[in-house]
Structures are given as structure tokens and as C-alpha cells.
Write a protein that binds this ligand. Structure first.
Ligand code: ARG
Length: 585
């Protein structure tokens, strides 16, 4: 059973709100503008923000609020500063009690704020018969972390892997494979280290060249597309085989990355095929889809092109075929209508922003997307190489993700071995894997999502700076302190005086839930990274200023409680980023 500890920030905000309502009933419900402060525990700017509406001067309103605040056991002291800031200090006992409540709660006191929401998160979505590239790494890692955070906050999360498993390109590939039974591409026929999807990717390029060079092959390929679309059994069997082999390669990467996606989450483009006719009929009946030179389009009312003409969303191509736009009209209708989603997230790169803006607009006009449903495109920037250009191999090709992960793990191996030469070989291997994978994920998650970021493995695996390895190490170090102390079950004595470094750490620990709700509101995992980094640094300052193991009781237990709560929060937060927290490093 969770205690659902309201963070001190929230409790202070409530108290200031009550004071506002008491002093100026007409301003009840106004934002109390409370935040953490360097001058005291918290600061409220309410007097400045509200003076005008209250027809008074900020210092006067500040004074009235101070008097009204002076009643609650929650507050020790209110000081006015500047033109009307309220600097609020809490009694030490209140802060210790707050920690105590978090300490005994498996949820660390974080409430399930998003309960009642059903969130569909569309992420990863690589293309069948194509090697996954670094862009897919970003959507996979960001989407997975959002799935974890929102799930922890109580939302019912449905993961959707919108695999690119349909399209005319498969006609050509199937035809080529049929005509070349001698080529190996199934995972069990390949050398270890080669995946089926990279074999298929290469075969696809060979097939493409044949298509361009040989008109007869091109004709046979076109007939294959017709066979695929009309459900010819042997063509469908071949296509299924290609999809299954590709998915297996994708899941090898997912397993290595430790993401939540399973094959149950796969719902590729082809799964919407049966819905497309119906979607198109509905859009036509509502007068939204209109003819344009034989094609069927929805003309945007929001987006115009170069010569002020509305940009079209392609509902049905002139040849009668359906494409990417139509499928996404079907995903949004299906997810709202059949899956009863209240929140829809599409995690794809920033270049698809226009696509989703137009899909959402059409869905709104069609009446599917109503005000009680939130639809958001969650865009992210490009992965750059250390030269500042889009990340590519030296020869300009796509970087194979497995190679990239191997590389990160190898470098992590070196830095971990340098740091701790006593680790037994098997343990070193295990920790290097956790550190290397964690480093790649953390580097991605900690950069501001919409910005481009530089993929620099050496920096990622560093033990210093805002890196995954730094946080894993901070956690491992605290665990080692706790082990040295015998890892006792401690309880807090709220009567001891808080040292400044203890106080800073305690207030930071208390802000964990707030950091998570911010991730949910803004869909930005880097807020959680920043929080964990600040927490680790506050711990370092605390540990430098306050002896733990050699302290007298009850100080010792209180400080061990701070250690334990910090280690648990770091581990929990890393887990929500999808990063493991080894016990030692
Ligand atoms: N397969 C697409 C790509 O590789 C991403 C699909 C994203 N999801 C969606 N519902 N459109 O770019």
C-alpha cells in the first residue's frame, strides 16, 4: 500500500494558496508560485504576481500573506526579501518526517498521478528488410523510457511497434528471392554476427539494381506486387517469412538494449490494411477527402505550401493504392475508437512533424480526435558524428547498431577495468555490458530531446560529468557504504538538527515525484536525467560534509537512511530510463 506522500513543494504551495484565499478571497485559486530556493527551503513569488489584481503593492500583500502563513506546523519561518518574495523555511522535523514516509514506501512516496489514463506509445518502428539506423535507436530508447515513466505514474500504457512491413518494395524483393533460391538470408544459414535483416538489406539493394537494369525483372516484380496485394498464398508466405526474420533481428537489438518491446507489441503497417477502405469511406462521406487529379486527398486548413495552396494529405493515390498517410489515419482512429486511448504519442524524428500535424488535424475534423484526447508527436533531433555531420560510417553508410553497442561495451570495459582492477573477469564483463549499454542510452536520453546530439562514445563512458556511468558509479558507491555498515533496516529520528548538506539532499530526494510528473507533462526524459545528476551531486556534497559510518546515533541511522533513500532513488530513476544499476563497479 502506498503512502502517496505529497511532496513538500506541493504542501507548501497548498498552504500559500490557503493564505491567499484567506487574505484575498477574490484571488482564491491563483497560482501560489512556489519553487525551491537558494535563500531558504522554498520561495513564493505570489505577492509580486498578484499585487496588481489585488490592487495593492507587493510588499503589503507579502506582509499580509506572511501573517496568514504563520499558523501552520509545516512552516518554521517566513522572511520577506526584495520587492515581495516570501522565503519559507521548514522545521527540521517536518523534513525528517517526510523522508521517513518515503523510506517505508515501495513507491518512494510517488503518487500514481496518471491513473485512469490509457496511453498508446508508438515507438521504434523500424522497416522490414532494412537495417535499423541510429534514428531508430533514438525512438526506441526515448519511447521506452516514456513507457516506463508513464506506466509507473499509473497510466495504462499500450506499446505499439509500427513496423514498416508493407509496400510495393516487397514485390521486388520477393521476386528476387524466388529467382535466387541459392542466396542465404535466414538467420540459421548466416555466419554468427550477421543478422537476417542486414542480409535482406543487401539483397534489397541488389534487387533494386536488377529492377533498374532489367525491364523484364521489373515487370515480374510488378506482378508480384499485385500477387501480394491480392493475397496469393505463396507470395504471402514469403512475405511473412521476411517479416519474421527481420523482426527476429530487431528483437536481438531490443534484448541487448533491454527495452520492454516484445513481439506482442508489434502492429506493423499491414495490420491496418483491413481498416483502410472504411477509413477512406468515412473521410469521403464527411466531405473531408476530395478528388485531386484522380487522387483522393484531405486539404489542410492549417498548413499551406509555397504558393499559398493547402497542403494535401494523401488518402488514396491515383493508382488506387494506399500509403503511409492513410495508414496513420487508420492508426489514430483505431487507437482512439477501439483501444480507448486518452493520450496518443508518436515518437519519430523531427522531420515527420508536418505529417503528424496533418494527421491530427484530419482526425480532429473527422471527429475522432476530441478535446478529451491528447495526441502528440514526440519529435527528436538527428544523431551527429563527432565531426558535427549526421552519424555515418567512414564510407558514408549506415552504422550497424550491434556494432555500435559492441564498441560502447568494449570502451566501457576499458574504463571500468581501469577504475577497479580487482573485479573478477566474469563480473567485469557483466558490468561492462551494463555500463556500455547504459552509457549509450543515457547519452541519448540526457540530451534535450528535440536537439541534435553528438554521438561520442569516449564521452559517454566517462566516469565524470553527466553520464550514465557516473550515475551507475554513484549508486554503486552508496551501496558499498551501506554494505560496509551491514545494510541495516534503519528508521529516522526526526529530532536531530539538519546540517545544510543533509537538508539539500533531503529536499532533492523529496522532489523525485515532481521530476517524474514533469517528464510525463513535457515528454522529456532529460528532465529525469538532470534530476538524477543533481541528486548524485547533492549526495557527494553530503558525503564530503557529513561522516556516516563513524557518526554517533541517532545521527548515524538518520544518515544511513539518507544513503539508502538516495541509492533507491538512483536505482529507481535509472530503471525508468531503462538503465541497470550494478551493485558494484
Ligand atoms: N517506419 C517509420 C520510419 O522508419 C516510422 C513509423 C512511425 N510510426 C507511425 N505511426 N508513423 O520512419
Amino acid at each position: 500500500m502506498s503512502n502517496q506522500v505529497l511532496p513538500l513543494l506541493g504542501r507548501i504551495a497548498d498552504t500559500v494558496s490557503r493564505a491567499i484565499a484567506e487574505v484575498r478571497p477574490e484571488l482564491a485559486g491563483s497560482d501560489p508560485v512556489v519553487r525551491r530556493s537558494d535563500h531558504a527551503d522554498f520561495q513564493s513569488n505570489a505577492a509580486l504576481a498578484l499585487a496588481k489584481s489585488a490592487r495593492t503593492k507587493p510588499p503589503e500583500l507579502a506582509e499580509a500573506l506572511t501573517t496568514a502563513l504563520d499558523v501552520d506546523g509545516l512552516i518554521a519561518r517566513v522572511e520577506r526579501s526584495g520587492p515581495g518574495f516570501l522565503n519559507i523555511t521548514l522545521p527540521d522535523r517536518v523534513i525528517w518526517n517526510q523522508l521517513s514516509a518515503r523510506l517505508t514506501d515501495p513507491r518512494l512516496g510517488v503518487s500514481a498521478r496518471d491513473e485512469g489514463q490509457r496511453v498508446v506509445i508508438d515507438y521504434s518502428a523500424p522497416n522490414v528488410a532494412k537495417e535499423m539506423h541510429v534514428g531508430h535507436l533514438r525512438t526506441t530508447i526515448i519511447g521506452d523510457s516514456l513507457a516506463r515513466v508513464l506506466g509507473f505514474l499509473g497510466a495504462d500504457v499500450i506499446r505499439r511497434n509500427h513496423l514498416g512491413d508493407w509496400g510495393t518494395q516487397f514485390g521486388m524483393l520477393i521476386q528476387y528471392l524466388d529467382e535466387h533460391p541459392e542466396v542465404a538470408w535466414h538467420h540459421d544459414e548466416l555466419d554468427p554476427g550477421t543478422s537476417a535483416v542486414s542480409a535482406l538489406d543487401e539483397l534489397y539493394r541488389t534487387a533494386r539494381a536488377a529492377f533498374e537494369a532489367d525491364p523484364e525483372f521489373a515487370d515480374r516484380s510488378r506482378q508480384r506486387v499485385v500477387a501480394l496485394q491480392s493475397g496469393d498464398p505463396s507470395t504471402i508466405a514469403r512475405w511473412k517469412d521476411i517479416v519474421a526474420e527481420s523482426e527476429k533481428s530487431f528483437h536481438d537489438i531490443y534484448d541487448r538494449l533491454g527495452v520492454l518491446l516484445t513481439s506482442d507489441d508489434s502492429a506493423g503497417e499491414s495490420t491496418y490494411n483491413d481498416l483502410l477502405d472504411d477509413v477512406v469511406t468515412e473521410l469521403t462521406d464527411r466531405g473531408l477527402a476530395v478528388d485531386s487529379d484522380g487522387a483522393l486527398v484531405v486539404l489542410s486548413e492549417e498548413v499551406t505550401g509555397p504558393d499559398d495552396t493547402p497542403v494535401p494529405l494523401m488518402v488514396r493515390k491515383r493508382d488506387g493504392g494506399y500509403g503511409y498517410d492513410t495508414t496513420d489515419l487508420a492508426t489514430i482512429r483505431h487507437r482512439i475508437r477501439d483501444l480507448a486511448a486518452t493520450r496518443l504519442l508518436y515518437v519519430t524524428d523531427a522531420r515527420q512533424s508536418l505529417h503528424f500535424q496533418m494527421i491530427f488535424e484530419a482526425a480532429r475534423r473527422a471527429g475522432w480526435l476530441t478535446d478529451d484526447v491528447e495526441a502528440a508527436h514526440v519529435p527528436y533531433g538527428t544523431v551527429l558524428g563527432t565531426d558535427g555531420r549526421p552519424f555515418k560510417t567512414r564510407s558514408g553508410g549506415t552504422v550497424r547498431l550491434m556494432d555500435l553497442l559492441d564498441d560502447a561495451v568494449a570502451r566501457a570495459h576499458t574504463v571500468v577495468a581501469d577504475k577497479n582492477s580487482e573485479l573478477p573477469a566474469a563480473e567485469l564483463d557483466r558490468i561492462a555490458e551494463q555500463a556500455g549499454i547504459g552509457a549509450v542510452k543515457y547519452a541519448d536520453l540526457s540530451s534535450s530531446r528535440v536537439k541534435d546530439y553528438v554521438f561520442d562514445i569516449d564521452r559517454m563512458v566517462s566516469f565524470t560529468g553527466n553520464t550514465g556511468v557516473y550515475l551507475q558509479y554513484a549508486h554503486a558507491r552508496i551501496r558499498s557504504i551501506l554494505r560496509k555498515a551491514g545494510d541495516p533496516d534503519v528508521s529516522i529520528d526526526p529530532g536531530t538538527e539538519l546540517q545544510p548538506a543533509e537538508r539539500a539532499l533531503a529536499l532533492e530526494l523529496d522532489a523525485y515525484g515532481t521530476a517524474l510528473t514533469e517528464v510525463s507533462d513535457n515528454l522529456e526524459p532529460h528532465k529525469l536525467c538532470g534530476y538524477l545528476y543533481d541528486l548524485a551531486r547533492d549526495f557527494t556534497s553530503f558525503y564530503e560534509a557529513c561522516p556516516v559510518i563513524n557518526a554517533e546515533e541517532p545521527l548515524r541511522d538518520n544518515r544511513l537512511a539518507l544513503c539508502r533513500l538516495t541509492a533507491r532513488t538512483l536505482r529507481h530513476g535509472l530503471d525508468l530510463l531503462g538503465i541497470s544499476a550494478p551493485e558494484s563497479m
